[in-house]
Design a protein around this ligand. Structure first.
Ligand code: HEM
Length: 422
């Protein structure tokens, strides 16, 4: 995945898999910078389900069609979540960079049927206990403090100094963890490494283990002294989850909350700063922050791909023969821009029927999308209120995207503004 020189050259064939002749790697610099072009090419050449190669040339199917993603996610009996079904495990090394969120863990992410309902039900009820007004107020305070830390300098790198930091502080605050200090930054770094794959000095598997250790400590603290937070509500829920189950599910909650929400904030700021329909410096007539947030979910969605589902038995999808144990990557970004749902070529942002929060049993659990909206909206609005003449500090084409098959987000968002002393 971090082999940025690989570009999108087709591979002759994935080992032992004739169906994957001509498969294209979901990696490389071109993919990283403009994945939508690759999705278009794949759709033109393969239809709605394309053979692709994950890191290390491991074959998988990328589901590109809106109705195919909807179908796969709605049919757990055919396409299930437990990755132990994968027919590729013998080809996967112990340090495979995608392992942290693809390797089976006994968490809500990989459970199925009644057990999934039990675990997801606890998360839903624990999240329902979050007061959205309080969350908005907390986010405003977090945003204010972060902005104050750089407002006097007239410049900032918003990805790390703002979007990632704010989304993590909001997530850990909901879960009852104090968010001052180095802990939060370490968690941000470790989650990013777990999802981006191996860089020169980064080990995704070790980074994921560090996240687990920190959450384990949080669960121990909350068992001894519960509070009005998501962690305590999960521990005290009548479903009686064990500490190990709560640890596993909290890692999923915190990772699922922090990473996409941070990228939602930044992708929205990028849109606002680069698209003249949202021209920030023109006081009248600009489209609203709400419209920008929604447009990003259609066109630059934070979780561009989700790995995934595993075929329970031999079946067909999009005209392809899928073998039992094959891996399907949910192409959420590709599905949102499927020409079948935009026959006139214009991808609109008028409604919320995108697949950015997925679909079916394992979709992002209610009320998480509402909480993410409160966090992202407050982050963007507070920044624009405090720094109204904010502009990009580089040309838009100089912005670079992180090398993640999962996430669509910038590596950095440098901005400048009139210094403010308060
Ligand atoms: C407060 C913020 C959020 C929380 C607490 C949260 C929580 C979760 C959890 C616990 C899951 C696992 C569900 C399961 O397997 O049953 C999940 C899945 C998911 N979430 Fe979220 N999430 C948040 C924000 C977001 C955002 C902003 C996006 C993207 C715009 C997003 C997209 C997804 C997707 C695509 C899945 C995968 C569903 C699948 O397997 O089909 N989430 N989320």
């Amino acid at each position: 995945m971090t082999d940025t020189g690989a570009a999108q050259r087709p591979h002759a064939a994935a080992p032992g898999c004739p169906a994957h002749a001509g498969a294209v790697p979901l990696a490389g610099l071109e993919y990283q910078q403009a994945p939508s072009q690759l999705y278009r090419t794949l759709r033109r050449e393969n239809g709605t389900v394309a053979p692709v190669l994950l890191d290390g040339d491991i074959p998988a199917w990328l589901v590109l069609g809106y109705s195919e993603v909807s179908y796969v996610t709605a049919h757990d009996e055919l396409f299930a979540r437990d990755s132990r079904r994968w027919n590729q495990w013998e080809n996967i090394p112990a340090d495979w960079p995608l392992l942290p969120f693809v390797g089976y863990q006994p968490s809500v992410l990989f459970t199925e049927g009644a057990e999934h309902q039990r675990r997801a039900g606890v998360i839903t009820e624990a999240l329902e206990g979050v007061d959205q007004f309080e969350l908005g107020r907390d986010c405003e305070q977090i945003a204010d403090r972060l902005i104050t830390s750089f407002a006097g300098s007239g410049q900032a790198e918003l990805m790390s100094a703002y979007a990632h930091a704010l989304a993590m502080r909001a997530a850990v605050q909901m879960c009852g963890m104090p968010h001052a200090g180095t802990d939060t930054q370490q968690l941000v770094d470790d989650l990013r490494i777990s999802l981006d794959g191996a860089g020169d000095d980064d080990d995704p598997v070790a980074a994921y283990a560090r996240v687990g250790e920190r959450i384990q400590q949080l669960v121990k603290e909350k068992r001894e002294k519960p509070g009005p937070d998501v962690t305590s509500r999960m521990l005290l829920h009548p479903a009686g989850l064990t500490d190990e189950e709560v640890i596993q599910d909290l890692i999923s909650v915190i990772a699922a909350a922090q990473q996409p929400t941070a990228n939602w904030i930044c992708n929205t700021l990028r849109l606002l700063l680069t698209d003249e329909r949202f021209a920030l410096n023109v006081s009248g007539g600009r489209l609203s922050v709400g419209e920008a947030l929604n447009e990003v979910l259609w066109l630059d969605t934070p979780t561009q791909n989700f790995i995934g589902r595993w075929a329970v038995r031999d079946t067909q999808l999009g005209g392809r023969q899928i073998q039992a144990g094959d891996c399907l990557v949910l192409g959420l970004a590709a599905a949102n821009t499927d020409p079948q749902i935009w026959p006139e070529g214009h991808v609109g942002a008028e409604n919320a029927a995108h697949l950015s929060f997925s679909n079916g049993e394992h979709r992002c659990p209610y009320p998480a999308p509402l909480l993410a909206d409160v966090i992202a909206r407050t982050a963007v609005e507070t920044l624009l209120e405090r720094l109204p003449d904010l502009v990009l500090a580089v040309e838009p084409q100089e912005l670079t995207w992180r090398p993640s098959v999962w996430m669509r987000g910038l590596t950095a968002l440098p901005v400048q503004f009139t210094p403010v002393v308060r």
